[in-house]
Ligand binder design. Structure first.
Ligand code: FAD
Length: 232
């Protein structure tokens, strides 16, 4: 499919596969009248706008995508909270991740921020302005040294015969992991709305923007309508 959006220093969101598009949304809605469209036209565009505006979300859940994420562990912990994509009565978004019980880290990649931010004074979970430049390099060195130390100790534990499933317990959340997730267009819209908002962590916003770009290529009109509507 060829869509691959780079995020942070080593991350990405790649489109692995997708099912459906604008026409699938239209035809799911038109079956109420036992009608369907062969080619997307102006009336279809209006119908999609109506569906989005009035929160008729079921037709949007006939478009699905499988995305491959590469992101630090702390981003993965936030991303996989988004579990609902097709029916609110059960968890239906599927995800699978590399296991560090099965694999030993060779040359692991980890995230190094371009700058360190201050703690926000007004929002307990947010960050504020960048720390001043003088402090940056010393603090970034502490950040990187801490991760390198953990990696040295991880290898030591592995070489000393400790099981991978236990050695991994000391690893920092800045390490990159990879997973694939399959969800509907509505799942993607809900994820993007929450995770690209100003209250979301700066780093995950890059991944939300990547998902937004990919979803908007799969079903451009439906995506715009979902993002405009109040229902995720
Ligand atoms: C800025 C920010 C900070 C956060 N901080 C924390 C934190 O500190 N700790 C933490 O644990 N999590 C935190 N979260 C995660 C948050 O609590 C949600 O788990 C996450 O955003 C996924 O959203 P969701 O539950 O709406 O998504 P999903 O589970 O994917 O659900 C999607 C939508 O489906 C509907 N839905 C889902 N289940 C049902 C149901 N059973 N019945 C009816 N409708 C349903 C709802 O409309 C829901 O919004 C944070 C999220 C954000 C964006």
């Amino acid at each position: 499919m060829g869509l691959n959006v780079g995020c942070l220093d080593h991350g990405f969101v790649k489109l692995v596969d997708s099912m459906g598009g604008d026409l699938s949304v239209v035809n799911a809605a038109r079956i109420s009248y036992n009608k369907s469209s062969e080619e997307f036209n102006e009336r279809d565009e209006k119908l999609i706008g109506f569906l989005g505006e009035h929160g008729h979300t079921a037709p949007f859940r006939h478009v699905y995508m499988t995305l491959h994420f590469k992101a630090p562990l702390f981003i993965r912990a936030q991303a996989i909270k988004h579990m609902v994509g097709a029916d609110h009565t059960f968890k239906d978004v599927s995800s699978n991740e590399i296991s560090m019980r099965y694999t030993t880290l060779g040359e692991p990649e980890y995230y190094i921020p371009k700058s360190l931010r201050s703690q926000s004074a007004s929002n307990k979970q947010a960050s504020g302005e960048d720390l001043d430049e003088e402090a940056q390099s010393g603090l970034l060195a502490i950040y990187q040294d801490s991760i390198e130390d953990a990696l040295v100790n991880y290898r030591l534990l592995i070489h000393s015969g400790v099981a991978r499933e236990q050695a991994r317990m000391i690893l920092p959340t800045a390490l990159y992991t990879e997973w694939v997730v399959t969800g509907s267009l509505q799942w993607a819209a809900h994820f993007v709305k929450l995770r690209s908002a100003p209250g979301a962590q700066t780093e995950i916003r890059e991944f939300a923007n990547a998902v937004e770009f990919i979803a908007s290529q799969i079903a451009p009109t439906a995506w715009a309508a979902l993002m405009k509507g109040n229902v995720g």
